[in-house]
Design a protein around this ligand. Structure first.
Ligand SMILES: NC(=O)c1ccc[n+]([C@@H]2O[C@H](COP(=O)([O-])OP(=O)(O)OC[C@H]3O[C@@H](n4cnc5c(N)ncnc54)[C@H](O)[C@@H]3O)[C@@H](O)[C@H]2O)c1
Ligand SMILES: O=C(O)[C@H](O)COP(=O)(O)O
Length: 596
């Protein structure tokens, strides 16, 4: 979406977010900070926004998402997205992004702080002294050095806690079925294979998993009974992983010497509930979900998600989409230009071959061929999504569903569009480009087995209706179309372009110039494309990706042809009657206008 000043996308921020990120947003977007909204308030105003930025307090329910007609992105300034209905967002094509790393250090340090506070009875000593007492003998603690810390969940936070605990001289055991043994070994953590074994070893037990089906209530009465009498427990992950009633009972019975809890099943906890009694227990050290609440972490997550919001609203790739294939940061810069290129190839295809007079969508099976360096990209899902977006956007209403990397496969299936991606590490014959991407629409007869019910009603905009093919390349940020149908081209796919196929005879440029001039359309540049070489080398030689002979048989040279292609960059949209007038002129075989 172009970030025009008059139509600046609007972002709603209903929670406290660090100003560093918001300042980033304000340069190109309208930012509304509205704290204390009720669910109903949010429902009323959400249709006015393109992006929603939240922490853990705002419940982004299916109802909210369905009402959010303009919403492109929900950004969670933190890790956990359990307050966002990600499934519904996915269905609606709304990207959900988070900041998976911005607050790891803060959460890990908070865990250690709670452990030390609990071990040395700091909250109790502090409260007693503030109450005017001097009760040194009441607050004798224990040391953590030499004790065993048992960790459930050796992910980003768990591993950081492990490293800090090793620095304190603790023995660290961990349970995580998905943890890498090599990573655990590098942090001197002993991985155990059963929860019972882990529980029996713990002087301190700390949980660092998400709240998912397998972790909900994973520490309950039975598990607490397996711990050493007088052990201590921590939860800086998610409320609900520890059964609060069982935890309260274990504190009351003395089975546990202490509990340090930052997260609760319901936040804020309702008065008179088990959580409220747990909070009031004298041997519970509690904080109101402060794990991520450091200046540094809030700056990190705010800047991280705000950058992503700007990118998404510009139509670029998010780096941490929760409901999309993860794009590795090192792949990001490599992919970005090709994503733009492939989207333009798709959009060009539809505008030139389908949406122009005489065009049709009859060809719904495409080969997307990566040649040269681009073929080494393994994660091509963003490119696939870009193609679907490019192909369908010119024929979808602006209010229609967003097509993005989240829902592209679903949309393609629904529209009956099939794409076969092919990789070839060898540069194309006749090509001096290090990377080449080619889009080929298969002729209907060949596609018929995959596209039942689709018939070719094409009258073929260009004279060569069997050669629906577009190639392009990138050089840095610069995109170039290198082939269009049978023609070898060299033009940037930017702005409005008029594509005219004509007999290669004198006077054609003058005819086109005069008709455009009459309509007040200025020509910014013009390039002529000669008939191209044949494409026998196009296609995969990589056995992994398979290959058929579709392209060779559909694209053939016509050495006798006297046709040429004129590409004119013009300063405004060219209406259909102008392209029709052009075709009426002798020697102009087809004319179409595309805006990219
Ligand atoms: N209190 C806070 O403010 C705060 C701050 C940051 C993170 N968190 C929470 O901390 C938790 C961990 O965050 P992270 O960034 O380390 O996540 P992560 O995804 O990097 O790590 C989670 C780990 O849990 C493991 N796991 C999943 N199911 C398991 C199971 N049944 N048994 C054992 N291990 C299992 C996974 O394999 C993974 O290694 C999340 O719930 C997150 O929301 C809380
Ligand atoms: O999931 C997270 O990132 C933490 O729980 C922090 O949540 P918060 O942003 O509401 O502090």
């Amino acid at each position: 979406m172009p970030l025009l000043k008059d139509h600046r996308p609007r972002v709603l921020v209903p929670e406290k977010l660090s100003s560093d990120g918001l300042a980033l947003l304000r340069t190109s977007l309208d930012v509304d900070e509205q704290k204390g909204l009720s669910a109903d308030d949010l429902l009323q105003i959400i249709p006015n926004y393109d992006a929603l930025l939240v922490r853990s307090e705002t419940k982004v329910t299916a109802t909210i998402l369905r009402a959010a007609r303009r919403l492109k992105v929900v950004a969670r300034a933190g890790v956990g997205v359990d307050n966002v209905d990600v499934e519904e967002a996915t269905k609606l094509g709304i990207v959900v992004v988070n900041s998976p790393s911005g607050n790891i250090g803060a959460a890990a340090e908070h865990t250690i702080a709670l452990m030390m506070a609990m071990a040395r009875k700091i909250p109790e000593g502090c409260a007693s002294l503030k109450a005017g007492k001097w009760e040194r003998s009441q607050f004798v603690g224990i040391e953590v050095k030499g004790k065993t810390l048992a960790i459930i969940g050796l992910g980003k936070v768990g591993l950081t806690v492990a490293r800090l605990a090793k620095g304190l001289g603790m023995t660290v055991n961990a349970l995580d079925p998905y943890a890498s043994p090599a990573v655990a070994a590098s942090a001197s953590v002993t991985l155990v294979t059963s929860l019972s074994e882990l529980l029996a070893s713990a002087d301190f037990l700390t949980i660092h998993t998400p709240l998912i089906a397998s972790t909900r209530g994973m520490i309950a009465e039975t598990e607490l009974a397996q711990m050493k009498p007088g052990a201590r427990i921590l939860n800086v992950a998610r409320g609900g992983t520890i059964d609060e009633s069982a935890l309260l009972a274990a504190l009351e019975s003395g089975q546990l010497a202490g509990a340090a809890i930052d997260v609760f099943t319901s936040e804020p906890p309702t008065p008179e509930t088990t959580a409220a009694r747990l909070i009031a227990h004298p041997r519970a050290v509690v904080t109101p979900h402060l794990g991520a609440s450091t200046v540094e972490a809030q700056e990190n997550v705010s800047v991280d998600v705000c950058e992503q919001v700007v990118e998404i609203l510009k139509g670029s790739l998010p780096r941490s989409a929760v409901n999309a294939p993860l794009i590795l940061p090192e792949e990001y810069h490599k992919l970005q230009p090709f994503v733009r290129l492939v989207e333009k190839l798709g959009s060009f295809y539809t505008q030139h071959y389908v949406a122009s007079p005489g065009g049709s969508m009859a060809r719904n099976t495409f080969d997307l061929i990566y040649q040269g360096e681009v073929a080494s990209i393994n994660n091509t899902k963003p490119l696939f999504a870009a193609l679907i977006k490019g192909l369908l956007s010119p024929i979808s209403s602006a209010e229609g569903i967003n097509i993005n990397i989240v829902n592209a496969e679903l949309v393609a299936r629904e529209r009956g569009v099939f794409v076969s991606e092919q990789h070839s590490r060898d540069p194309a014959d006749h090509s001096s480009y290090s990377s080449l991407v080619t889009l080929v629409a298969r002729p209907p007869s060949r596609a018929s087995s995959q596209a039942p019910g689709v018939s070719d009603s094409s009258t073929g905009t260009p004279s060569t209706q069997h050669q629906r093919i577009i190639s392009g390349t990138c050089s840095g940020d610069r995109l170039l179309i290198t082939r269009l149908g049978r023609f070898e081209a060299s033009f940037e796919p930017e702005g409005t372009l008029l594509i005219c196929e004509n007999y290669d005879s004198p006077g054609k440029i003058g005819v086109v110039g005069s008709i455009l001039g009459h309509e007040g359309v200025n020509i910014n540049f013009m390039t002529v494309a000669p008939v191209s070489v044949k494409l026998s080398a196009v296609g995969s030689t990589d056995p992994k990706h398979g290959r058929d002979d579709t392209i060779d048989s559909s694209i053939q040279d016509d050495p006798g042809s006297k046709e040429a292609l004129m590409i004119l960059g013009v300063d405004r949209g060219v209406s259909l009657h102008v392209t029709a007038d052009l075709v009426k002129e002798g020697g102009i075989l087809s004319a179409s206008a595309v805006t990219l």
